[in-house]
Design a protein around this ligand. Sequence first.
Ligand code: ADP
Ligand code: MG
Length: 254
Amino acid sequence: MTDVEISPTLTNIQAGSLELVGITKSFGSLQVLHGIDLTVERGETVCIIGPSGSGKSTALRCINRLEEPTSGQVFLDGEDMLKANPDELRRRVGMVFQHFNLFPHKTVLENIVLPLRQVNKMSQAEAEDVALARLTEVGLANRASYRPANLSGGQQQRVAIARALAMGPEVMLFDEATSALDPELVKGVLGLMSTLARNGMTMVVVTHEMGFARQAADKVVFMDRGRVVEAGTPDAIFDDPKSERLREFLSQVL
Ligand code: ADP
Ligand code: MG
């Protein structure tokens, strides 16, 4: 069975703005974030780049409180998310991981239906409608009854994206969403992410795909050792890096 195309138009995008103010995070005596400030306007895509261990994942995880920041604030559409209840946060901030994190014993459809039932309190019928609509958009309606293990990694990641989108998030976070994929599967997932960006989703994307960052990002943020060292347009970051650390990083990855 061949893949159906990703829909160029994604419905029900309800993007919000995101702001991080002075986020710090320590694990015991190890401080890994030293005051991260980040503004993402409604509909913007911000890519975070930087060496391994620089705190990119931790910064992302502080946004939806998979990690509790040690100090600082996170605002979603001006609302203080560190005061929101966890279910509300999970509904409003979608996250896609390197390793998909699908439930292996459930079908593709059930993977999307379950959080809609549990977090969004939808009826079974309503949740199935929403799940199928989202699966159709990512070109996988014909895989609804499959188990994740019977899909390619790229298809599994598109299911994970459909699952996150089904919740109606205002912001989507991606943590190296294509790093675990075989090279030939990367393009389809990046294509879906570009489509999502073009359709006005607010996105924060941690990525090693410099081509994607250049093409899809409104702003690129370079992190090193728990700090934002440089931030700017893709052209400014890639063609005119100011700091020695960014120049060195780019010379290694480009
Ligand atoms: P990146 O995503 O840029 O590779 P991370 O945010 O994963 O960086 O990690 C930043 C630093 O925080 C690393 O030194 C890492 O070892 C440390 N770290 C991350 N998570 C934990 C944790 N749960 N406990 C202790 N140290 C952690
Ligand atoms: Mg990481």
